[in-house]
Design a protein around this ligand. Sequence first.
Ligand SMILES: *[C@@H]1O[C@H](CO)[C@@H](O)[C@H](O)[C@H]1NC(C)=O
Ligand SMILES: *[C@@H]1O[C@H](CO)[C@@H](O)[C@H](O)[C@H]1NC(C)=O
Ligand SMILES: *[C@@H]1O[C@H](CO)[C@@H](O)[C@H](O)[C@H]1NC(C)=O
Ligand SMILES: *[C@@H]1O[C@H](CO)[C@@H](O)[C@H](O)[C@H]1NC(C)=O
Ligand SMILES: *[C@@H]1O[C@H](CO)[C@@H](O)[C@H](O)[C@H]1NC(C)=O
Length: 420
Amino acid sequence: VITMAPTLLILLWATGILQVDLLPDKKLVLLPPVNFTIEVSGLSQALLRWEPNPDQEGRNVKLGYRVKISAPQEEDYETRSTESKRVTILHKGFSASVQTILWTDPSLPASSWVSADLEAPAGSPGTSVVNLTCTTNTAANNYTDLRPYQVSLHCTWLVGKEAPEDTQYFLYYRYGSQTEECQEYSKDTLKRNIACWFPRTFINSKGRDSLAVYVNGSSKHAVIKPFDQLFALHAIDRVNPPVNITAQIEGTSLSIQWEKPVSAFPIHCFDYEVKIYNTRKGYVQTEKMTTNAFTSIIDDISKYSIQVRAAVRSVCRAMGLWSEWSQPIYVGNDEQKPLTEWFLIVLMATICFLLLIFSLTCRICHLWTKLFPPVPAPKSNVKDFFVTTHYEKTGSNETEIEVISYVEEPGFEVLEDSVF
Ligand SMILES: *[C@@H]1O[C@H](CO)[C@@H](O)[C@H](O)[C@H]1NC(C)=O
Ligand SMILES: *[C@@H]1O[C@H](CO)[C@@H](O)[C@H](O)[C@H]1NC(C)=O
Ligand SMILES: *[C@@H]1O[C@H](CO)[C@@H](O)[C@H](O)[C@H]1NC(C)=O
Ligand SMILES: *[C@@H]1O[C@H](CO)[C@@H](O)[C@H](O)[C@H]1NC(C)=O
Ligand SMILES: *[C@@H]1O[C@H](CO)[C@@H](O)[C@H](O)[C@H]1NC(C)=O
């Protein structure tokens, strides 16, 4: 008991100290940050910076900041840092506010806000480009082994409605920290740039950063308003079609194999679609696949046209677009087709021949009945009635005879049967 007492005292004393230390914080008044500035640190990139208020009390409290962006898009976040980089379009201007908060206890009243903004760039309305679209494509890099793939970029746009005829546009892109100006423009009839092609870029096709594209311009008659846009790589990437497609038919099985497209993505990153077209029946079969081979049972001898396309799977990147279909390859043959036709012709000929023989036989039968007329017998009334009706109905003599002879025959047979 004697040894426990000092320990207890020390504990009580320590708690007291803690409470004494916490208490002033409760009364702590937070002051807003100072020297808040926003600057353009790259295409479609703003850098926000501020300093902690030099008059802020409470040296050992953990301060933080709440940032509120109001334009071009509302956004709210908290940070302990005194600078923050935002990737966003800047042609509409940018404005933000920041306040000091207690990082450990955000419920404590925060400081007042300080605000700053970036003006929208100058320019006459309607002079900036419209309908800016961009696509990327990956190719094998023949120049260096360090980067086995290179990404090309192609952008097109329309001239602003109010842009003077002498307007010239210039396009730049930024990916990560790299910025490049376009070197290969396509022009309209007034020699204004309306498209751009970068055969090689710094874009990493597997990267998750947005691609920033900026188009400004110049004219003697107006200030051309710049325009910028952000693109998500998965949404603009034109995946290459699969390569080395082969197909064989063995018996009734059609097997197809292919290799992944030229792409920085590894083999497990692709979904495929196989299109098998039966050229004889005009029938299309489409199959979704996750492997590089497909076997189909075919019940038809025909020529087949086979095409495969690919898309990057959602496990490797946000789902994007399907590639183009590969060039069709052909397997099987339709030499069977003329054979089938021949078979049909022979069949028809045989049927005709048989019919001819049959009718001849009938005529001979008829002749025979005429040569050797059967024993005359009383004709049934019903038969007489038939003959008369047909006689009345039919117009030409030939038909008349035919009909009569046709009707007569069964009559004779019946008679013969009944007589003999
Ligand atoms: C704020 O900016 C002014 C002038 O640029 C500078 O003199 C001052 O030291 C800055 N304050 C802080 C806290 O950095
Ligand atoms: C340009 O985009 C607007 C909407 O953003 C659309 O209405 C228009 O049809 C597009 N023009 C062309 C030529 O694609
Ligand atoms: C790279 O090589 C491929 C064939 O391996 C060829 O088709 C392509 O044109 C080459 N690319 C360049 C830029 O030379
Ligand atoms: C367009 O923007 C680029 C990069 O910001 C700049 O270097 C160039 O001077 C601008 N051109 C015009 C005509 O404003
Ligand atoms: C296609 O197949 C050939 C031979 O099988 C091979 O040499 C070539 O590397 C393959 N191409 C690709 C892109 O895999």
